[in-house]
Design a protein around this ligand. Structure first.
Ligand SMILES: NC(=O)c1ccc[n+]([C@@H]2O[C@H](COP(=O)([O-])OP(=O)(O)OC[C@H]3O[C@@H](n4cnc5c(N)ncnc54)[C@H](OP(=O)(O)O)[C@@H]3O)[C@@H](O)[C@H]2O)c1
Length: 361
């Protein structure tokens, strides 16, 4: 199995792009060869281009500090020619992102994307590696549509659902999740912001995140969908309703979840399913896979964002406060790191999965 890949990070100066750089600095399989962003950053040394926007707690990795940033659009051919695939996280209009990602794919350069533009495209897999690794099997159909041999697009799902979908998934087969309600409490890094760049969020809660509730309700159904005639057909259930709030937290999206089942499990059965759950990343021993994907805390005051978001390098999901509810069967809270598991880390794990399965050869 090939384990040596040259990669580019497109959107390298952004919040998610910075996460990619810190995760890839010492990655055993993936080596950064090129960085790209907008024309505003192109031609500058990375350190100069990112400037005061560097928001990670560790310094800019030495390997990228002096790399000259390329223009993601104008230099696409040159970038595609020197790497095996790209990670992409850019803030552009949806139709521009769709066109940009298809352009790289058609240059025979696979795209591992954090953007939402292609999440609804039926032959583009949206993979949470522990849950729907098999959706990679749609890639040959997408290649046929695009007329490519290697090139394709695979996307990460939205960061908001990254805690409650993994928590509900192990309960579906045996107990049938009928409906779920999730209120999310989302960190400001999810908007590409820090407390310095967004002082209005200090001591405040903003009850609206554009487009987030639609994504949080619809994307799970694609993740739980099935491949039919070369396309992913979304599942028709469970019914999910959400409210997504922005809270004054730097990193980490919390969710308060209520759920009802076709066949109500006992509390012990739920805890057992969470404790024993693992997926392809654990079976394959992928470098970024958490050993234990779902961690349950018995303490009443856990998980806490600041204490628990970095569990297993920010790749695990923390769950707590499971108890019966008077209107739904159960309620619980769960937490995941939005720029690690919910964005760059989840994309790196997806790339590892696709590499292990030969899609990036
Ligand atoms: N933050 C999260 O937790 C999160 C989670 C999941 C998904 N996402 C998605 O990931 C993407 C990036 O989010 P972010 O938070 O990292 O945004 P961000 O911090 O605003 O960064 C945006 C990046 O896009 C680049 N860019 C902007 N306009 C461009 C253009 N015309 N051509 C090429 N590059 C351009 C910027 O380059 P310059 O510096 O040169 O302007 C920068 O590198 C978005 O689609 C977002 O929805 C974010």
């Amino acid at each position: 199995m090939k384990q040596d890949f040259n990669v580019a990070v497109v959107g390298a100066t952004g919040m998610v792009g910075q996460r990619f750089l810190t995760l890839l600095a010492h990655h055993p399989w993936f080596h950064i060869k090129a960085l790209a962003a907008s024309a505003r950053s192109a031609g500058k040394r990375y350190e100069d281009a990112v400037g005061a926007r560097w928001a990670m707690t560790t310094p800019i990795p030495d390997a990228v500090r002096d790399l000259v940033v390329l223009d993601a659009v104008a230099d696409a051919e040159a970038i595609a020619a020197q790497v095996d695939f790209i990670f992409c996280a850019v803030d552009m209009k949806k139709d521009e992102i769709r066109a940009l990602e298809e352009r790289y794919a058609k240059l025979e350069c696979p795209v591992i994307s954090n953007n939402s533009a292609h999440r609804g495209t039926p032959d583009v897999p949206m993979i949470v590696p522990e849950i729907n690794a098999a959706h990679a099997e749609v890639i040959p159909f997408q290649r046929k549509r695009l007329g490519t041999k290697r090139g394709f697009i695979a996307v990460k799902s939205n960061c908001s659902l990254q805690s409650y979908v993994p928590a509900l998934h192990p309960l579906m087969a045996d107990f049938g999740v009928k409906c779920a309600l999730a209120c999310t409490y989302q960190a400001i890094s999810g908007a590409g912001k820090t407390f310095e760049t967004w002082p209005e969020i200090v001591d405040n809660v903003i009850p609206y995140i554009g487009g987030e509730e639609e994504k949080s309700e619809q994307e799970p159904l694609k993740i739980w969908g099935s491949i039919q005639a070369g396309q992913i057909v979304p599942a028709s259930s469970p019914a999910i309703t959400t409210q997504c709030l922005r809270v004054p937290v730097s990193d980490g999206h919390m969710a308060a979840v209520f759920v009802s089942f076709e066949k109500k499990p006992t509390r012990e059965e739920i805890l057992e399913r969470w404790a024993s759950f693992s997926g392809e990343p654990q079976r394959l021993g992928l470098p970024s896979a958490p050993k234990q994907f779902l961690h349950y805390f018995e303490e009443n005051d856990r998980p806490q964002t600041r204490l628990d978001r970095n569990l297993e390098n920010g790749m695990a999901v923390s769950i707590g406060r499971l108890r019966e509810d008077s209107q739904y069967d159960y309620k619980f809270v769960c937490l995941s790191h939005n720029t690690l598991r919910g964005a760059a880390g989840g994309a790196v794990l997806m790339a590892e999965l696709l590499a292990a399965k030969g899609y990036l050869d």
